[in-house]
Ligand binder design. Structure first.
Ligand code: LLP
Length: 387
């Protein structure tokens, strides 16, 4: 783990901050590129996971496309130099001005999530004198067996158009003159660790593609979304997610001829390379005997534990190796009782001024940070810039 190796050098930076292991990011990118090339798969980076400029510059070097979820994310990707023809834009509620910008940018595809949105893209494209490439985002009704807060492809979900509705409106969809349907898109959820779920997904996609093509929809690509989980429990043993297994499952189960297959990975690209470094402010014990460590980070820097009950491994990186270990509840500074990073975590005994790391926080950490309590946004430190 990077932070423990360089703990003394981290003393000079104001906490809390995100520390990025740029070598690990590169290794992860090398792995996803190497494994995807075996099958000719195309990989987009889901920029919502982390839109840090330094990370984006490295991700761009490896030739990934972008998956974005708002006009501002799209703008960020364009400004970071990603080729618009490698950018897809999904989102259940796109504003007119966001759609107009996407149409202007000639991106690979706007992934439409309702019939009304399709009609709007058609009308806005006509106004702009264009024919816009789009993908249909279908809700495949699959249980991804993950935290219910982050599943997105079950029948009752707000995401995508139901398959039945697409079948019902197929003729009308095809009659739209200013949209060109080039892709089929789905994304079933995030932090998926039971990979057999992706088999079910492929089986559903096979049926959907076959039936929609019979109705005259021609897809150049199928974008099966992201969702590959990372190992938050023992990250050091498995820092690079299992891209090889996922691709092999998709290769063995997806029967869609020579159409391109696209993925949109967020967490699996950046989660492991980021750590949140925070300073111990105080120790105290509650009347019930619970030992609290109060750190200078909070849910405003990393909301995942408070929002989803997510687990992140925590370590005291400045304590001596032989320091006694104790059980603590690690809490943050925000005025919320759910602002707890972990309960009952065993740490080397903590003292005021110690640095703790909250690991595997590179995805959905900084990008979900807020200014609640008027906290400053956390800084970022990159391993390749540390002297
Ligand atoms: N594609 C679409 C359409 C998505 O909605 C998402 C994530 C991704 C790709 C990337 O999924 P990933 O590879 O990262 O699993 N804030 C939550 C995660 C929300 C995921 C939202 N959509 C968390 O911290 O766990």
């Amino acid at each position: 783990m990077l932070s423990r190796q360089i703990a003394s050098k981290l003393r000079g930076y104001e906490t809390p901050f995100y520390l990025y292991d740029m070598a690990l990011l590169r290794q992860t990118l090398e792995s996803v590129v190497y494994e995807s090339k075996k099958y000719g798969y195309k990989v987009h980076y889901a920029i919502k996971a982390n839109y840090d400029d330094h990370l984006l510059a490295v991700i761009r070097e490896y030739g990934l496309g972008i998956d974005c979820a708002s006009g501002n994310e799209l703008r960020k990707a364009v400004e970071a130099g990603f080729d618009p023809k490698g950018i897809v834009y999904a989102g259940v509620g796109k504003r007119d001005k966001e759609l107009k910008y996407a149409i202007e940018q000639n991106i690979l595809a706007i992934n439409c999530e309702s019939i009304q949105e399709l009609e709007l893209v058609d009308a806005l494209s006509a106004e702009a004198g264009k024919v816009t490439d789009i993908a249909l985002r279908i809700n495949p009704d699959i249980d991804p067996k993950t935290n219910h807060c982050i599943d997105t492809g079950q029948a009752d979900s707000k995401f995508g158009i139901s398959y039945e509705e697409v079948l019902e409106h197929a003729a009308e969809i095809r009659s739209l003159k200013n949209v060109n349907i080039i892709g089929l898109h789905l994304h079933i959820g995030s932090q998926i660790r039971e990979l057999h779920v992706f088999e079910n997904m492929c089986n559903k996609v096979n049926v959907i593609v076959e039936n929609l093509e019979k109705l005259g929809c021609k897809f150049r690509f199928v974008d099966v979304g992201g969702g590959l989980g990372v190992n938050y429990d023992v990250p050091e043993n498995e820092p690079i997610p299992n891209f090889a297994s996922l691709f092999s499952i998709v290769h063995n189960h997806l029967r869609i001829g020579d159409r391109e297959v696209h993925f949109e990975f967020g967490r699996s690209i950046v989660a492991e390379c980021g750590e949140l470094i925070t300073t111990v402010l105080f120790n105290k014990t509650t009347a019930t005997g619970r030992k609290l460590v109060i750190v200078d980070a909070s849910m405003t820097e990393l909301v995942r534990p408070a929002m989803y009950g997510s687990y992140h491994n925590i370590e005291n990186i400045t304590a001596k190796d032989d320091e006694v270990r104790e059980k603590y509840t690690v809490v943050g500074t925000a005025c919320e009782s759910t602002d707890v990073f972990d309960e009952n975590v065993t740490l080397r005994r903590t003292h005021r001024g110690d640095l703790l790391t909250i690991k595997s926080a590179g995805a959905y950490g900084m990008s979900m940070a807020s200014r609640y309590n008027l906290h400053d946004l956390p800084g970022a430190v990159y391993s390749d810039e540390i002297k």
